[in-house]
Write a protein that binds this ligand. Structure first.
Ligand code: ADP
Length: 434
């Protein structure tokens, strides 16, 4: 019955996570789409503003033609005007206006058609083979200083006027200020939304993991209590006094279950207490060999119970010493060993030690169920247990690896996980030697 309940809980946990994940994914996609649409519009508006600028310059040139009474007899004004580069316009000039009147009319028309950016105007004479006048026209609001430039020469067989807009790009962008400000506001809102979403997701994840822990907790304590109740009922039977073997058997069961409960509670209390404050690390010189051997000795009852084999390979490191907290480090290795024995059907565990550059490592490798790569990043989080569906039913609180990590962090070391589902898992503790 308990097994069925447990399986249901895991399934529910996975379902909740899945819905949440889909929601977060959907929201992320929506945010990405909004950003995409906004960028598309910005680009669109930019093209529009550029076209608008060009149209206004063409209108300006037509105005100049009208000012000089030059007939634009060709039906397409565009044929008189060329646009060799984004910021250059050239147009035919069949008459020879004075420099001042050319500048005056160009300036006038630029103003009329609201092309409010600085311009260089030059009149190129084919016969002379050069510009006979080059003038800088600045607008009232111009913030720029006039720079000396020489206008490029375009080989044409007619005279022409060149208009160059040195700040055209900045001007076009400045027309889009409203769009930039509104886009920036939108991005700020979206970033805020994404950050809230992230925190919401993390919070929900923690809540789920903690709910899972409470369920586990109940499960872990319910079974021994049920067994103890049954045993106590047996011991209360009248005829038990005449059956010393049964009496002994059930009293032993109660004792074992009590011990089990006691050790579980102690473990929880230890973790809860160590959680509140910094781990009290007392470092001393300690041989790596001692840590490994003591840890293996501590899990001996489990090794025997599971008919497991545990191999210790010191790889010539038997003389290595660490400057570390012996009790805590031993506890870390015990936790890893317990997991290896817990999560393997026929455990064959290899504990090895050695050196990796300036660090000493202790590795615990098993032939157990393994852990999918996607769960690795969560393994050391408090209360986290790999969701297994109904594949196996191993009890635990999801606190062991978190504790191992805290111990190794306190030693400024690191943990490497190597695992393949169905093949096995290796946890490698890397600890600086001093
Ligand atoms: P638990 O009390 O659940 O064992 P741990 O923090 O020790 O908590 O481990 C977290 C999870 O990591 C476990 O629930 C288990 O799914 C997975 N795990 C840890 N060690 C192993 C291992 N050696 N093989 C397979 N899975 C493991």
């Amino acid at each position: 019955m308990l097994r069925g309940k447990f399986a249901g809980r895991v399934w529910k946990f996975t379902m909740r996570s899945l819905t949440l994940r889909w929601l977060v994914l959907l929201a992320t996609v929506l945010i990405a789409v909004i950003i995409g649409v906004q960028l598309f519009w910005l680009n669109h508006v930019y093209s529009f503003e550029q076209k608008n600028f060009n149209t206004n310059v063409v209108k300006t040139i037509r105005g100049v033609y009208e000012d000089f009474n030059i007939p634009t007899d060709t039906p397409h004004l565009q044929e008189l005007i060329e646009h060799p580069a984004a910021d250059y316009f050239i147009f035919r000039m069949p008459i020879s206006p004075s420099d001042d009147s050319l500048v005056y009319y160009v300036k006038q028309e630029l103003n009329d058609f609201e092309v409010l950016t600085d311009a260089y105007v030059g009149h190129y004479k084919t016969r002379a083979g050069r510009y006979i006048g080059e003038n800088y026209i600045s607008t009232v609001a111009s913030r720029y200083r006039q720079e000396k430039i020489s206008l490029p020469i375009y080989q044409r067989n007619y005279d022409y006027v060149t208009i160059f807009f040195p700040h055209r790009n900045k001007y076009v962008l400045a027309q889009m200020n409203f769009w930039f400000i509104s886009s920036a506001l939108l991005f700020v809102v979206l970033i805020g939304l994404a950050v809230s979403l992230f925190y919401f997701y993390r919070q929900r994840f923690l809540v789920e993991v903690q709910k899972d822990f409470v369920n586990n907790f109940t499960h872990e304590f319910k079974t021994p209590l049920a067994v103890m109740k049954i045993s106590a009922d047996v011991l209360l039977q009248d005829k038990i006094a005449s059956q010393p073997d049964r009496l002994h058997k059930y009293a032993t069961i109660i004792q074992n279950q009590t011990q089990h409960l006691q050790s579980q509670i102690e473990r929880l209390l230890q973790i809860a207490a160590s959680d509140r404050k910094e781990l009290p690390i007392e470092k001393a010189k300690v041989p790596v060999r001692d840590i490994v051997e003591q840890a293996v000795a501590k899990v001996q009852p489990i090794i025997e119970d599971k008919h497991a084999t545990v191999e210790v390979q010191l790889n010539g490191s038997s003389g290595y010493e660490l400057f570390a907290d012996r009790t805590h480090l031993e506890l870390a290795v015990v936790n890893l060993l317990e997991n290896s024995l817990k999560y393997s059907a026929n455990p064959h565990v290899i504990v090895s030690t050695g050196r990796e550059s300036d660090q000493i490592y202790i590795s615990v490798k098993d032939n157990g169920v393994g852990i999918d790569k996607k769960f690795h990043k969560n393994l050391f989080k408090k209360f986290y247990r790999v969701p297994t569906g109904d594949v196996h039913n191993v009890k635990g609180f999801g606190l062991g690896l978190n504790f191992v990590k805290r111990i190794i962090d306190a030693h400024h070391g690191s943990i490497r996980v190597n695992s393949l589902p169905g093949i096995g898992t290796e946890f490698r503790l890397l600890i600086p030697q001093s």
